[in-house]
Design a protein around this ligand. Sequence first.
Ligand SMILES: Cc1cc2nc3c(=O)[nH]c(=O)nc-3n(C[C@H](O)[C@H](O)[C@H](O)COP(=O)(O)O)c2cc1C
Length: 373
Amino acid sequence: MSKLFETTKLKGLTLKNRFVRSATAEGMATEDGEATPRLINLMAELAEGGVGLIITGHAYVAKRGQASPAQLGIYDDKLIPGLRAMVDAVHERDGTIVAQLAHSGMLAIPKLINTAPLAPSEIEGLVDVPLQEMTIEDIKETIEAFGKAAARAREAGFDGIQIHAAHSYLLSQFLSPAFNHRGDVYGGGIENRARMPVEVVQGIRERVGQDYPVLIKQNSRDFLEGGLELEDSLQASVMLKEAGVDAIEVSGGTFASGDLMPIRRGIATEGDEAYFKAEARAFKERVNLPIILVGGIRSFAVAERLVNDQCADYISMSRPFIREPGLINRWHSGDLQKATCLSDSKCLRPALAGKGIYCVVEKRLQDQARSTG
Ligand SMILES: Cc1cc2nc3c(=O)[nH]c(=O)nc-3n(C[C@H](O)[C@H](O)[C@H](O)COP(=O)(O)O)c2cc1C
C-alpha cells in the first residue's frame, strides 16, 4: 500500500491518509461571517471525497482582520453554532477538520472593516490605503483575539486549529522585514519579528491546553526583495515549535511577489509541481515536526515521491479540490490520473468577491453540456 494511504497520528489525532485540503477561503459565509448551509455542504462534500484532513478557509479572529466579503468568521461566540454544524457534518462523514485562524492586518478591506487596516508598520505604497501601525495594546488585543478564537474552535468541536502565518497576512507581516520596520521588541532580528506569532501560540496554548492540535502555516520565504528568507523562517519555526506548535504547513510568497506568489499559475509538468519542495526539505531537516507541503501538487506520483523521499509527511492541496472534491477517493480507487485542475486560478475571483468558490472551467463545461443536452 502507498504510504499516502497510511493511517497516521498527528498530536493524537488519527488521520486516515496523508492528504490535506489546504485552507481555501470559500466566500460562502454570511455578511457577519456565519457558516451557511452552502458552506457546510461544501465541507460535507470534501469529507465524502476522502481527504484525510480538511482545513477551513481562513476565519477572521477579529472584525478588523477581515480580508474579503462572505469570509468565515470566528471572532464572536455567536458564530459557534454555525461552526459546530460544519464540524458535525464533517464528523458524520468520518472526516477530520481543523479551523484556520487568521487576521489579515494590512490586507484587510477598509470598506468591510470601516477603518484603516492595522499593520506592523505604516509603510506607504504597499497597499493603496493608509495603514495604522499597531500599538503594543493592539498587539496584545490581537493575541487575545487569536486565543479566544482557538477556544471557540475547540468548543465548536474542531479537531484542532491552524494559525495562518503565511502569504503576507498579519503574522506573516510581522515575520517579514519587508513589512515589519518596528523599532521595539516586535521588530528587528528574527527573535523579535517572531515574537508576535510566538505569543499568539502561547496565548492559544493557555486557552486550549497542551493536548489540542495546534498547526501553523508559514512562509518559507517571501520571494520578495528585502522579505523573509529561508534561514530566518527556519529559526522562527524552531521558536514556534518551542512555544507549542505541533505541525508546520510550508508555503511561501506574498501578494507582492509577482509570479512567485503563493498560488502559482501554469503548472503543466511534474517539474512545475511542489514549488516549495526544496524549502520543505530544509524544514524537515531543521525542525523536528510533521511537515505538510502545499503548492502546486497535482500528480499522485509526485505526492508519493515527496513522502517517500522525506520532503514532507503530508500532502496539501487547494485548487484541485475545488474542481474535484472526490480526488482522493478517485486516487484510492486506483485511478491515478493527475488532478484535472488547470491551475489557472480563475477560482480566486468568485471566492474573493464573496460569491462562493467554484471551478470556472468546470462550470463552463457543465453549462455547455446542459445547453447542448
Ligand atoms: C480561492 C483560494 C482561496 C485561498 N484561501 C486561502 C486561505 O484562506 N488560507 C490560506 O492559508 N491559503 C489560502 N489559499 C492558498 C492555498 O491554501 C494554497 O496555499 C495555494 O493555493 C497553493 O496550493 P494549490 O496549488 O494546491 O492550489 C487559497 C487559494 C485559493 C485558490
